[in-house]
Design a protein around this ligand. Structure first.
Ligand code: URA
Length: 247
């Protein structure tokens, strides 16, 4: 039987993952020595809206609709299966990417390829696990050749993403890269200008702070100290908002 990791173990792991993600030279000093082992210090679950099981049920109904209506639009007909999204229905933090790739199309799960591994490290560097957050894409099915989603494809998938956000009611959204940032913020401005600045997603009476950052695939292609530093600084702003320990 495996036991739950202690808070100290979680923080030690967070530090290690952060170091490998970001490079040790600009990491904040560790304050692990000061930490008493009192179990989790933060709740990563949303406290607004319905309960976790209500949210899980609503998400399950929505997922069934996506499965029934798959592929949602003619140009996505080559996709193998829908990729709905996954994570804690009660998550306080939601990550939104662009579209499933080959590995996601094969498994039916979001962010499980190379970019997904990097996203996993980003999440762990925040002291969280993948299961603590909710991960979704704008597109619910893989576009042919992984090309950038068309407006028609975005419009076909967007109502489901909107519904996911309204069910989960996260305390913060991190948009990953250009298409998801442009869609969520309804802007033509690019990620380079928008990243690192809080914005807001609004729908009826729901308002969610949005932090745009680089897509993990971009981070992998441009794995420089500068881009790693930028992503880490964006994530730290999210950690501050959620009351997570930043070092
Ligand atoms: N995998 C996903 O699920 N989404 C992306 O945006 C990229 C890779």
């Amino acid at each position: 039987m495996t036991s739950e990791p202690t808070q100290q173990q979680r923080l030690a792991k967070q530090q290690l993952v952060t170091e490998s993600l970001l490079g040790i030279d600009f990491l904040p000093a560790s304050n692990n020595d000061n930490i008493e082992d009192k179990g989790p210090v933060i709740s990563t679950s949303s406290e607004s809206g319905g309960s976790g099981s209500e949210r899980a049920a609503l998400l399950a109904v929505l997922q069934k609709r996506v499965e029934k209506e798959f592929p949602l639009c003619q140009s996505l007909a080559e996709a193998t299966q829908p990729v709905f999204g996954e994570g804690d229905p009660d998550a306080r933090l939601m990550f939104i990417g662009e579209a499933p790739g080959a590995e996601e199309d094969r498994t039916g799960r979001p962010f499980v390829g190379a970019a997904g591994k990097k996203l996993g490290q980003m999440i762990e560097s925040m002291g969280l696990a993948r299961e603590d957050v909710y991960i979704a894409n704008i597109l619910k099915a893989r576009p042919p050749e992984n090309r950038t989603p068309t407006l028609e494809e975005i419009e076909a998938s967007a109502p489901y993403l909107r519904e996911q956000i309204k069910i989960i009611q996260p305390a913060a959204i991190v948009t990953l890269g250009n298409p998801s940032t442009k869609f969520i913020l309804q802007t033509k401005e690019g990620i380079t200008r928008l990243r690192g600045r809080w914005a807001s997603w609004e729908d009826e009476d729901l308002q969610v702070p949005v932090m745009p950052t680089f897509h993990p695939a971009y981070l992998l292609r441009n794995y420089t100290k500068e881009t790693r530093n930028q992503v880490w600084s964006d994530l730290q702003k999210v950690m501050e908002l959620l009351g997570l320990k930043t070092n």
